[in-house]
Design a protein around this ligand. Sequence first.
Ligand code: SAM
Length: 243
Amino acid sequence: MSSTHFGFKTVDEAEKAKHVRGVFDSVASKYDVMNDLMSAGLHRLWKRYTVMVADLREGSQVLDIAGGTGDLSMAFAKKVGKTGRVVHTDINEAMLRTGRDRLLDHGFVLPTLVCDAEKLPFPDNHFDVVSVAFGLRNMTHKDVALKEMCRVLKPNGKLLVLEFSKVAKPLEKAYDWYSFNILPKLGQMIAGDDASYRYLAESIRMHPSQEELKALMKQSGFGHVDFHNMSAGVVALHVGIKC
Ligand SMILES: C[S@@+](CC[C@H](N)C(=O)[O-])C[C@H]1O[C@@H](n2cnc3c(N)ncnc32)[C@H](O)[C@@H]1O
């Protein structure tokens, strides 16, 4: 059996998804408040920039993968109008349910689907834009998921990968101190769960760097890939074009 990483731990590949499910089952109800607290609201700006780069039109067909509590799905839905469609998906029912309820509270009725990014239940060449925000890091086979995202995009379609990345060198020490000392404590105080927020800090360190992810996206079928660093590389938006 092959192994992979879950944060800094080595686990059987077959077990990783179960561990990830445990994290998001545990944090789903406090996920939004924790996002605001941990990032001091910055995640809203990172997502706003992602929506701007998506450059959606009335009628666009959009797939939000690992959509969780629905921030991007909701922002996309405002752009595509009545003739467009945003499909809100996630592998985790608790996250998806929290997101669906929130979308309904804001008056958005979107198709909501439990699905694994590694086995997308959509035909080839179907979407204009596919997004995955803070989700790719948690996937067992990132290459398989990226190939699936490429498959379901139309030719010239755009993949947006918003994810934590490698922070600029001068900030490394302060960022590590914050990640390993403050994040788990915040997690414990607000969500009653320090382990999930320790996993967050660890999984960020194990995730490919900006250049490594760019190379992986190219190997997965994207003809053109570029990235935009935000907040000194705390987060990067990778944009892949299927061409
Ligand atoms: C940190 S949350 C991000 C939620 C939302 N996109 C956001 O930006 O706030 C990561 C999400 O990835 C989902 N996820 C993890 N592995 C997945 C997979 N293989 N397929 C689809 N979703 C997955 C988790 O269930 C979780 O909801």
